[in-house]
Write a protein that binds this ligand. Structure first.
Ligand code: COA
Length: 237
């Protein structure tokens, strides 16, 4: 067989893998699919897509977004994250293949009792329903495929939007704690005036209040069984 016909055969085979019967994208990497997003394992190419996100202008959320890295730093960063055995990263994409979010699991317990969730959505599409959609389908993968017992997180008390998403997905508050905050202007900058009560000074440090939340497997499965779907609930504040 000539090299051209071998190439054509490979192309045909490849397109049958990528395009399913109804022309939908079928991809082995996809772990879960929602109404407008899909979640797959985070790969090296996702670091570059992530770096191309615009900067978040709000100082309250800037730390959730990537610092600039050159190609070698990106390689190292990816290598470091992928080789940790108590850490996992996932990419959320829209159906056009754009990276719209990152989901992380850290402090993963070896016996799969629990892990700590992190989630970040592209800054220009915040509040458009992508966070709820990809978190809800990620929970399916987390509880039904990975079989964890519980997922925990902490969320800044001033971060009402994130709290709303977590509550919609079934998380409940279990406590609160204070954590480090980097901006010393919180007590005189007017930007913070409505949320100043969530900050305090401890010696030389500024701290902000966090709420601890948990979603237990039992409660998640109960919601699913009832046919609950948080993506269908929009209050549009
Ligand atoms: C938190 C985050 C992941 C949520 O994703 P998202 O796509 O923005 O969220 P959604 O659009 O799905 O839902 C936002 C919900 O919050 C609500 N909301 C927005 N601003 C709000 C406010 N100030 N007070 C109360 N609710 C608010 C919206 O109305 C919506 O609820 P609804 O669907 O019932 O109408 C995303 O905003 C993000 O990445 N933020 C920056 C990083 C961050 O905060 N990460 C979490 C750290 S714990």
């Amino acid at each position: 067989m000539g090299i051209l016909s071998t190439l054509n055969l490979w192309r045909k085979k490849r397109s049958s893998i990528i395009l399913g019967q109804r022309g939908m994208v079928l991809d082995n990497r996809v772990l879960a699919r929602g109404h407008k997003t899909l979640v797959h394992q985070f790969m090296r190419e996702d670091v570059d897509k992530w770096m191309a996100w615009p900067m978040h202008q709000d100082p309250l959320y800037a730390s959730s977004y990537p610092r600039t890295m050159n190609r070698f730093e990106r390689d190292d960063w990816f290598q470091d994250r992928s080789s940790r055995n108590d850490y996992m990263m996932f990419a959320a994409e829209d159906f056009q293949g754009n990276l719209i979010g990152l989901i992380t699991l850290r402090n993963i317990e070896r016996n799969r009792t629990h892990a700590v969730l992190g989630i970040t959505i592209r800054p220009e599409i915040l509040g458009s329903g992508f966070g709820t959609d990809c978190l809800w389908i990620f929970l399916y993968y987390y509880f039904e495929t990975l079989h964890f017992d519980a997922l925990i997180l902490d969320v800044a008390a001033y971060n009402y939007r994130a709290q709303r998403v977590y509550e919609k997905c079934g998380f409940v508050r279990t406590g609160e704690h204070w954590g480090h905050y980097d901006d010393y202007s919180v007590f005189y900058n007017d930007y913070y005036k409505n949320i100043r009560n969530y900050f305090r000074q401890r010696g030389a440090w500024i701290e902000t209040l966090y709420y601890d939340m948990i979603l237990r497997r039992y409660d998640y499965l109960h919601l699913r069984k009832q046919g609950y779907d948080p993506t269908q609930i929009r209050t549009q504040k």
